[in-house]
Design a protein around this ligand. Structure first.
Ligand SMILES: [Zn+2]
Length: 380
């Protein structure tokens, strides 16, 4: 009887001490079960825990962590080695005793044009060993083994690989990305399939303004007509060297000074402003900027899918529809024209000049002192 009383007292004592021990565990861990890697103590181990750890390692005093959970590498301190160990818990459910490293490229696929050079940003954690780069095939891309800078030497697809060497307790790692190198087409190889694409300051043709920028080129104008125009229609405003087609500027011209922008002006200023248009162009592959004649406006609109009643000379109120001009101009990255009147360089008679109206889709003649918009063109 005494023995039984004693054992009940003992059991009570054990229960009380157990309760005391449980209630003194971390209040942040509601389940009272420490999860290795649960740095923020919310009961789950996920990518957020690595983020909390990274922030803690940057400024320890301002970020709260569960230190015992954060020390996933079990080396007695919370440091950079725990990132890789926690990553392994997320991926495989177990801490990483062999300490994997993390290595990946920021952009998994990259589009560039032939001839360009660039470097894809790489992210690393774990090993502090050297990273070496390689690219294959060498006919498409070559790479600086140390810096990772890639030069696109041919059109096609290549794989760029980074190899991180093992260092200390950390294993090595590899990362790859796909590189697609677009061919460069010169203006001299233009076909009608390039209408709506852009011609650049170096004579390249690219699909859009942003493609040109990615390739390190500056887009000059949208290709709007492909064909030989030498003196056709009696309005040849450019040299016989340029017989591939016409390209129209990506923006309107501002009054008199040739800057990009939109403003109306009299005909005398239209000639000056168009000729002084400031957008970069190729001196080798294109003519200078000039004001298009009625016939050149007609060819541009026909090139963009429009229809006209033009045969050999203009007449007042003649149909000049513009087809897909608006969607092509904005689609390639240009600024759309106004639904309004644009000067041509074709004279009607001493005081009057022909102009094209995008609002009415027709040509008219009117006083040279009218204020109309100006869009310069290039022959190439
Ligand atoms: Zn280019």
């Amino acid at each position: 009887m005494q023995k039984r009383l004693l054992s009940i007292t003992w059991l009570l004592a054990v229960l009380v001490s157990t309760f005391t021990a449980v209630s003194s565990l971390s209040a942040a861990n509601a389940s009272n079960v420490l999860k290795l890697g649960d740095v923020d103590g919310n009961g789950t181990v996920n990518v957020a825990d690595i983020t909390v750890l990274i922030n803690y390692l940057k400024t320890p005093s301002t970020v709260n962590i569960i230190s015992a959970a954060a020390d996933a590498y079990h080396d007695g301190e919370v440091n950079a080695s725990d990132e890789a160990a926690i990553a392994n818990i997320i991926m495989s459910g177990t801490p990483d005793k062999s300490a994997n490293s993390i290595l990946f490229f920021t952009e998994p696929t990259v589009k560039k044009a032939f001839g360009t050079a660039f470097a894809n940003t790489i992210v690393r954690a774990g090993s502090t060993g050297a990273i070496t780069y390689s690219a294959s095939p060498a006919s498409v891309a070559t790479v600086n083994a140390t810096t990772g800078e890639v030069t696109c030497v041919g059109a096609g697809q290549a794989t760029v690989t980074a190899t991180l060497a093992a260092s200390g307790k950390f294993k090595g790692a590899t990362a790859q990305y796909e590189l697609n190198v677009a061919p460069v087409i010169m203006a001299s190889a233009v076909t009608s399939s390039h209408i709506g694409q852009v011609i650049c300051n170096n004579g390249h043709i690219h699909a859009t303004v942003s493609d040109a920028t990615d390739a390190g080129c500056t887009a000059s104008a949208m290709i709007a007509y492909v064909g030989n125009l030498n003196n056709a229609g009696g309005n040849g405003a450019y040299s016989d060297n340029f017989n591939h087609g016409l390209a129209i500027a990506l923006t309107d011209v501002s009054n008199t000074i040739g800057e990009e922008g939109s403003s109306k002006m009299q005909l005398s200023n239209a000639y000056i402003s168009a000729g002084a248009y400031t957008r970069a162009r190729s001196a080798t592959y294109t003519s200078a900027w000039f004001l298009p004649s009625v016939y050149q406006w007609e060819r541009i609109l026909i090139g963009c899918g429009g229809t006209t009643s033009y045969t050999d000379k203009p007449s007042n109120d003649m149909l000049f529809s513009y087809g897909n001009f608006h969607t092509m101009m904005t689609g390639c990255g240009g600024t759309d024209v106004q639904p309004n009147a644009y000067w041509s360089s074709t004279q009607f008679e001493t005081y009057n000049e022909w102009y094209y109206n995008f609002g009415f889709k027709r040509i008219y003649w009117g006083s040279k002192t009218n204020d109309f918009y100006v869009r310069a063109v290039l022959a190439f």
